[in-house]
Design a protein around this ligand. Sequence first.
Ligand SMILES: Nc1ncnc2c1ncn2[C@@H]1O[C@H](COP(=O)(O)OP(=O)(O)O)[C@@H](O)[C@H]1O
Ligand SMILES: [Mg+2]
Length: 609
Amino acid sequence: MGQNISGNNMQVMKSLLPYIWPHDRPDLRRNVVLAFIMLVIAKLTTVAAPIAYKAAVDHLTPVQNGEVSVGAALSLPFWIIMAYGAARIFMIVFNQIRDVFFVSVGQHAVRTLSRQTFDHMLALSLRFHLERHTGAVSRVIERGTRAVELVIRMGMLNSVPTVIEVFLISALLVYTLGWVFVLIIMVTIIVYVVYTVKASEWRILIRREMNEADNQAMSRAVDSLLNYETIKYYGNESQEVGRYDDSRALYEKAAIKTHVTLGYLNAGQSVIFTAGLVICMLIAGQGVIDGSLTLGDFVMVNALLIQLYQPLHFMGTVYRELRQALVDLESLFAILNRPPEIIDRPDAKSLQVSKAAIKFSDVHFSYDPQRPILKGISFTVPAGKTVAIVGTSGGGKSTISRLLFRFYELDKGSIEIDGQNIASVTQHSLRSAIGMVPQDTVLFNNSIFYNINYGKVFASGQEVKEAAKMAQVHDFISSLPEGYDTVVGERGLKLSGGEKQRVAIARTMLKDPPILLLDEATSALDSHTEQEIQLALEKISQDKTAIVIAHRLSTIVNADEILVLDQGVIAERGVHHDLVKQGGLYAKMWERQLKKAEAQQVLAKIQAE
Ligand SMILES: Nc1ncnc2c1ncn2[C@@H]1O[C@H](COP(=O)(O)OP(=O)(O)O)[C@@H](O)[C@H]1O
Ligand SMILES: [Mg+2]
């Protein structure tokens, strides 16, 4: 497993490279270089400070024939102390400048990655979106994009500088005091790093537990909130809270574990470092007594090491945070690397629609290979004609519309529009040629205007109103206190089914595509509104090629052809009149609905009397 993790790490790091060194942004690449230069200068001044310190101490320690003599005349090492001060100030100033240069790179990376993720989410197939848990996915994205900033900032601003500093200090020590100190420091650092890595690896596992619990809690919370009404219908609030709390309890346990283990980690790190420091000071102290080192050397060793402790300790944090961030990033990249199921072919052309004739040839399809839904569907919709599809619920009618939109690939067969296979044209051109009024309309939680306007983003207010009038929804909207500015609530839940459906119809009318797909578009409407809309729908579908999936057969009696879908095949086809005469499935359905309609008429009569 450890191997696996580090393998992934390298890959994640590699995936990050283009974000740190963005090819399309020379200005940001320049900032990276400038930040790096600032960093080197800052580190040089950092190491210069202890040297100045040493020089000052040596200057204040009068030496006579190798003996320290107290009371000898001393001159104040004014310039050395000034240099010391300047070094410390420069160190801070250059660090700040470096951060300024770097922050633009980090933030650009966060934005790019967020945009790419969002873009990719939209490119992923319907299948992914039906399977996903919104809460969990949003958590993964949130953590992942925060992690990228952290990796870049910590990686570039801490790991690299610390390595430089260790290198500079070592060079300095070898030059001034000899290799023994360097050896001790190196051993200390190696032990320190090994310990940190081991301890962190162990903590990473806990971090994963924590993330999983966090995802689960979020996904449960979002799912519950989306099902608010259902929860109330069944009075299951406490059960929902319980489920949520179970996930939070897992998180709590894991979070406590991370903190406890952090305590161990920090304590261990301090012990290792302090041991190294003490050994160095003992040797330096002995050196002063032997006369091989000056008092200045002694304080310099201490100052250099103490100074090194901070970034080194930080490096422990950095490693830990980096590892955790990489875990977070891994999940994000798992989404990013998930290939979209439906992709444009490399040679895909725009769909050229002239008359918009549709042809289904022997279409086979299943969501799950175990359970075929469509088993050889063939039909044509000649240009400008209307074909109706009827059949039992769950028979695969909506599936046919999803296939025409190319939300899924066919198992076998083909779908053509004006002789072009829809699998060989761009998805964008295909979808812009089709207008869809779905069975269950979901609206954006925005104004009614926004939702209708969505059909054609550059439409004028007047056009939006025209469309609303045609869809018989203008009067309703005008009756609202806030009119077209009324916000419809999440998924449009503040509107009734019929109102939502009419907004969707208006939106499609505004889009005005050559092909129209109505999936039980009027099923949510009462029979009075239905008749009115039916007229409008017939009017707009007049010069369009249309597929109408119908629940109420009365709405399709005028269709050019009616297909009766049964058990995944077309059981009957023909015009209304012939199908009724045939006395098959369709005739039975018609009879049933007729009886219902008659009963309603009789009822209406009785009520009227
Ligand atoms: N995303 C999906 N994954 C698996 N099965 C699905 C999916 N969508 C629909 N189905 C199944 O496919 C069948 C046909 O569904 P659909 O085309 O929506 O029927 P309808 O004729 O009522 O519109 C149904 O039995 C349904 O359960
Ligand atoms: Mg359906």
